[in-house]
Design a protein around this ligand. Structure first.
Ligand code: FAD
Length: 381
């Protein structure tokens, strides 16, 4: 249910493991994967997934930069990106080529139960039964106990080459409006850039026009002129409470909707990949996919505890103009820890490293761990 990132990855992985699989993807839109650019660290891809995942990768870089008012750093971890356009083409082709797979575009799913689903298509109501239903209809637009990651991105076709050879993952040397704010710049080709204004804010209201203007101003300030060829925007919850939805026989709630994402970064690709590969492995071994996800549920839960604590710390202990200090502090860590943090695969050693040494400016570990009630961010402003 839903032809977005999670279910597209599951479809590719499952068909790689079982080309004869009976599989239906129901997507309400006319394309698969919406209108996104998904980035990730190249080593987020498990070895078993490398072959089926490779055709999706549209861009690769040997490293990336981050910049804060008091720290700049070049990281050498390879970084990569998928684009929706390629996702739609690759997943669509795999579904078309498989003898027992079907993609229904323009299908509005309206009823989901273990092993059953109902949807509207071309004005008619349809019902299907299946061994396993994967419901992955994307992020919720409402959440309590959450901050919000909001962004607007413009892809620019430039008048002349930009000269960048790697992404700027976070340029936080900009005015800290509306929470932690940074620009994200991806060099997609010598004369193409994706530039995003991103904010970690207290509320979900996204002023698309204002952020679009800010992107244009940032581009102009860097001497990048040209035309906007594509835009993307997003508003993702960054919660500090919640849980992954445990699969039950016949029903997996997947992707963002099922809690399979990173609460501190809003990233879900590394986790979506693990879920897809685990389902494919189960199918290859003739096991029930929902039951086979149990170890991943346990692993993900164990990671979520710390991630929720960090998200809450960022949103509740730091006033919006000072939130950048948390990320600036984070980027002092060794690169492998940073990579595992983004992948939500922290080891015990990484966890210790996060809390060793001086805390981010404006914070005392004793206050955080000593049980003092978190001040409201508003009170800190
Ligand atoms: C613009 C943007 C950029 C992002 N960039 C990154 C990134 O760089 N790296 C990263 O790891 N994460 C990123 N994320 C976060 C996360 O990875 C994405 O939100 C990801 O697409 C979530 O995957 P999903 O499968 O859960 O949901 P989605 O990919 O949103 O897929 C849900 C699908 O379900 C369909 N749908 C919804 N309701 C129905 C219905 N009733 N019937 C039928 N179909 C329905 C939707 O049309 C959609 O295609 C980004 C998010 C956004 C919004």
């Amino acid at each position: 249910m839903g032809g977005g990132l999670q279910n597209g990855l599951i479809a590719l992985a499952a068909l790689a493991a079982r080309p004869d699989l009976r599989l239906v993807v129901l997507e309400r839109g006319s394309t698969l994967g919406g209108d996104h650019t998904w980035c990730f660290h190249a080593d987020d891809v498990p070895a078993a997934a490398a072959a089926w995942f490779a055709p999706l990768v549209a861009h690769r870089w040997d490293g990336y930069d981050v910049a804060f008012p008091t720290r700049r750093r070049t990281l050498t971890s390879p970084y990569a990106a998928l684009t929706s356009a390629r996702f739609d083409a690759v997943v669509g082709a795999a579904l078309a080529a498989a003898p027992n797979a079907r993609l229904v575009r323009g299908a509005e799913v309206d009823a989901v139960a273990p092993g059953r689903v109902g949807y509207r298509h071309d004005g008619q109501w349809h019902e299907l039964t299946a061994t396993t239903v994967v419901d992955a209809r994307g992020p919720q637009r409402t959440a309590t106990d959450a901050g919000w990651q909001k962004f607007v991105g413009h892809e620019l076709a430039l008048d002349r080459p930009h000269g960048l050879d790697r992404p700027m993952l976070m340029d936080a040397t900009v005015a800290q409006d509306d929470g932690f704010r940074f620009f994200y710049v991806l060099p997609l080709a010598p004369d193409r850039l994706l530039i995003e204004d991103t904010r970690f804010s207290d509320g979900p209201d996204l002023d698309r026009a204002a952020l679009a203007e800010a992107v244009a101003a940032y581009a102009a300030a860097h001497g990048w002129t040209g035309r906007v060829v594509r835009t993307e925007h997003g508003c993702l919850p960054m919660p500090w409470t919640g849980d992954v939805v445990a699969p039950t026989p016949g029903l997996i709630v997947g992707g963002y909707q099922g809690g399979w994402f990173h609460p501190v970064t809003g990233y879900s690709l590394p986790i979506a990949l693990r879920v897809a590969q685990a389902i494919a492995d189960a199918l290859a071994a003739d096991r029930e996919p929902a039951a086979a996800l149990a170890p991943l549920v346990t692993e993900h839960r164990a990671q979520l505890g710390l991630a929720f604590r960090l998200t809450k710390m960022m949103f509740r202990w730091f006033a919006p103009p000072h939130r950048w200090g948390v990320l600036e502090h984070f980027y002092r860590l060794p690169e492998p820890t940073i990579r595992r943090f983004y992948a939500l695969a922290l080891t015990r050693g990484d966890r210790a490293r996060l809390f060793v040494g001086r805390p981010p400016r404006g914070l005392s570990w004793r206050a955080v761990f000593g049980g003092a009630p978190a001040p409201l961010a508003k009170e800190l402003t």
